[in-house]
Structures are given as C-alpha cells and as structure tokens.
Design a protein around this ligand. Structure first.
Ligand SMILES: [Zn+2]
Length: 69
C-alpha cells in the first residue's frame, strides 16, 4: 500500500508528490519464502524500527527520489 501526498521537496525546492515509506509486507513475505526464512529477522527488524524514525514522517519525492524528513 503506497500512500502519496503533496510535500515540500528540499531538492526540487517545491511541493511535489511524495510516497510515504511503509513496510511492504508482501515484498518481505516473498523474500522470506525465497530465502527459506533467512529474511524473517530483517522483516521483523524493519517492522519494529523501520517506520518510527523522524516522528513517523518520512517521504520520498516521486520526481527526484530524494527522501524528505
Ligand atoms: Zn524532489
């Protein structure tokens, strides 16, 4: 599930469409199957710590790809 919102991009110097960073559980499920479970610790780590940095606001510009906190 990708959430897109308008946010100011520090690189573009203007408001652009940006994607919020969230753990994509389908990708991790696939990776876990491919690696026979070796990916599970990574998945767990990202789920616990991945989305909590920078007050939960972490967006990536769809125009230039820069992450904007
Ligand atoms: Zn940008």
């Amino acid at each position: 599930m990708k959430k897109q919102e308008m946010h100011y991009c520090q690189r573009c110097k203007q408001a652009t469409m940006q994607e919020s960073h969230k753990v994509n559980h389908m990708v991790h499920l696939l990776m876990s199957l491919i690696t026979a479970g070796f990916w599970l610790p990574v998945w767990l780590f990202l789920t616990l710590f991945g989305g909590k940095n920078l007050n939960g606001k972490n967006y990536r510009c769809c125009v230039c790809g820069t992450s904007n906190a």
